[in-house]
Design a protein around this ligand. Structure first.
Ligand code: GDP
Ligand code: MG
Length: 177
């Protein structure tokens, strides 16, 4: 193991999936740094962030991969999914097209994802009450159809962001321990 602060019992790779602009990068920033960015920053190449949490007295380190803009060109490759034990599949509750894309993303996860990958469906930007285009029920129905857990989040006001990542890591932990 590395130096102080770099010890862990488990390292889980997780990936962010979903249309461009749904808030994937901001969900990561909120979870790992408790920050929000108003401006969209598109960085080319692969980006990832890390954060450790405790489950059952074990230190579980999440290595969270961000698409860094490639989703726009549908250029997410098998390398992105390789070894990923979990995925947050994100849509924007204020934008219908991002919800309509979900079946396509689910097909991609099925094709490229590891067998047994844990997926949680996330309806992000739930702070945008007056702009809501997708009801909570419609999110839940899609999640139930595909056997996924479902949460609505806001990277802006931090609603359910910790819960979403913690839930994902706990589900993965249960599946590997
Ligand atoms: P990505 O392309 O999926 O990584 O999305 P970003 O994280 O770059 O966010 C896209 C835009 O949506 C940015 O302008 C963010 O400030 C905004 N955004 C992200 N999350 C939220 C949220 O929870 N609520 C609101 N109101 N805006 C958000
Ligand atoms: Mg991004």
């Amino acid at each position: 193991l590395g130096g102080a602060g770099d010890d862990y019992d488990y390292l889980f790779k997780v990936v962010m999936i979903g249309d461009s602009g749904v808030g994937k990068s901001n969900l990561i920033h909120r979870f790992t740094k408790n920050e929000f960015r108003v401006e969209t920053q598109t960085t080319m190449g692969v980006e990832f962030a890390k954060k450790s949490i405790k489950i059952d007295d074990k230190i579980v380190k999440a290595q969270i991969w961000d698409t860094a803009g490639q989703e726009r060109f549908r250029a997410i490759t098998s390398a992105y999914y390789r070894g990923a034990l979990g995925a947050l599949l994100v849509y924007d509750i204020s934008k219908q097209s991002t919800y309509d894309s979900l079946t396509r993303w689910l097909a991609e996860i099925r094709d490229y994802g590891e067998r047994g990958i844990v997926v949680i469906l996330i309806g992000n930007k739930c702070d945008l009450l007056h702009l809501r285009a997708i009801s909570t029920e419609d999110g839940q129905i899609l999640a139930d159809t595909h056997g996924l857990k479902f949460l609505e989040t806001s990277a802006l006001d931090a609603t359910n962001v910790e819960d979403a990542f913690n839930e994902l890591l706990k589900e993965i932990y249960k599946s590997v321990v």
